[in-house]
Design a protein. Structure first.
Length: 364
């Protein structure tokens, strides 16, 4: 067995570049139940931007906004709208992670650097991926602070309760026409990932639109990156719509895991999170398709939760509508009961639901 030259210890954080970090933090705390962790800005000696760090379970979000128009964060938001800039992964050795990936052809964006304060040292480095998205490697074994040097603990009188989100199950990227294989190869060659599964336009299609996807996973399975590209159909696919409005490749959605999807989705709906609608007739064939499940079908129908089964078990999943003004970023809520797949049996119902939303926007 080949040595894993890039051992990853999990997702460290996901950083969004946004137009207004204070308001974005309020949204994620109020609607999704994230808790305040740390803050960086003028009060901590950072003069050109602010960042709010929020967490729930093992999920850590960083929301960063510029304090002026002539700044890379402002440029990113102007072009793409609010979106994911950094997907950071925890490693044992950030210098080695950088050397191993760059030696295999990665484009460097952050040479290894040491950040220190009274709580210890962080080492981080970074490489470019699709579009303007980057991966950072974070070595935090010698650090005990709230997040990173330059941040201070974030305290707030405003309290919200969590909704049961545990960790990031997978992160999906949308790339341009004919680019899926290139980026799947990138993750295999540069980062040592393997392909878990692939879907072509026969698997993921409706009467009007189609896409293709390959799911890449690291050695221990803790990091999974499906890569989507458009496929030809009668009308515009959701991937084309994303690319048109994001103005290039980027992160389409984060799948957030829960141990109790009925509670999580019920809470999210109560707090104003909008989900895609699946018609009631979807549920008429669930038991034929997936067999016996623990959950009450009426509860799943009431909350519009989808079910699919593979040889290892079954999963429950649901997708939000876009959470930005542009039809770009959205979230998946997923609970796995043994299943290791990605809901192939739900693709048709899901895509028809997305197409209904596209049609309302005039983008189908």
């Amino acid at each position: 067995m080949n040595e894993d030259f890039l051992p990853l210890l999990g997702t460290d954080y996901v950083e969004f570049y946004v137009g207004n970090a204070k308001q974005a933090a309020y949204y994620y705390r109020t609607a999704f139940g994230y808790q305040p962790v740390a803050y960086a800005g003028p009060e901590t000696g950072v003069k050109d931007r602010v960042s709010y760090v929020l967490a729930q379970g093992k999920i850590r979000l960083v929301l960063t906004a510029a304090l002026g128009p002539h700044h890379p964060v402002s440029d990113h938001v102007h072009r793409h709208g609010d979106g994911v800039k950094v997907y950071a992964m925890t490693v044992e050795d950030a210098r080695r992670a950088y050397e191993e990936t760059v030696s295999r052809g990665a484009v460097p964006v952050l040479a290894p650097e040491s950040l220190c304060d009274d709580d210890g040292e962080i080492v981080r480095s970074g490489i470019a991926t699709y579009g303007e998205t980057v991966h950072y490697f974070i070595e935090r074994k010698n650090y005990s602070g709230a997040f990173l040097p330059g941040y201070q603990p974030l305290e707030s009188e405003y309290q919200t309760t969590e909704v049961g989100l545990k960790f990031i199950d997978h992160c999906v990227g949308n790339v341009g026409w004919g680019e899926m294989n290139r980026w799947a190869d990138f993750y295999a060659r540069v980062m040592g990932f393997t392909q878990l599964v692939s879907f072509d336009d026969k698997d993921i299609s409706t009467e009007y639109s189609a896409l293709m996807s390959k799911v890449m996973s690291n050695g221990n399975g803790w990091i999974k990156f499906p890569i989507n590209e458009p496929a030809h159909g009668k009308k515009k696919s959701q991937i084309e719509e994303y690319l048109d409005f994001y103005l290039g490749p980027g992160v389409q959605h984060l799948a957030l895991a829960t141990d109790d999807i009925l509670y999580t989705v019920g809470e999210l709906r109560r707090r104003g999170v909008d989900f895609l609608y699946v018609p009631d007739n979807y549920y008429e064939t669930v038991h034929e398709r997936v067999g016996q499940i623990d959950e009450n079908l009426d509860d799943l129908k009431r909350l519009n939760i989808l079910v699919d089964r593979d040889e290892d078990g079954y999963l429950l999943q649901i997708f939000t509508k876009p959470v930005e003004d542009r039809p770009t970023l959205f979230y998946e809520i997923i609970q796995r009961k043994g299943a290791k797949s990605f809901g192939k049996g739900n693709f048709k119902a899901l895509f028809e639901s997305i197409e209904r939303e596209q049609a309302l926007r005039g983008n189908l």
